[in-house]
Ligand binder design. Structure first.
Ligand SMILES: [Zn+2]
Length: 86
């Protein structure tokens, strides 16, 4: 019998499903890897956690992400070497 053990089942999983992108202009984007949507774009990275917490995936975006039609792909962002054409 397990005593004194609290299991939190109401909360979200602790793994982060957000990918952060640091832009050259100093701003920070957070992209949801589930629905592949930019959750927020802020000047200070510390502003992201509450915005990420408040994010709820749009079913339509989830559907598109599942279909592989979403833009941009959060997975490719992490390894992207493409630069913005000048
Ligand atoms: Zn999402």
């Amino acid at each position: 019998m397990i005593v004194g053990y609290t299991q939190h089942t109401m909360g979200l999983p602790t793994r982060s499903k957000f990918v952060r992108r640091h832009n050259q202009d100093g701003s920070h984007d957070s992209i949801c890897t589930d629905c592949e949507t930019t959750v927020a774009s802020v000047e200070n990275e510390w502003q992201l956690p509450p915005l990420e917490s408040a994010h709820i995936c749009d079913p339509m975006n989830l559907y598109r992400a599942g279909q592989g039609q979403a833009i941009p792909s959060a997975k490719s962002l992490a390894v992207s070497t493409n630069s913005v054409p000048n």
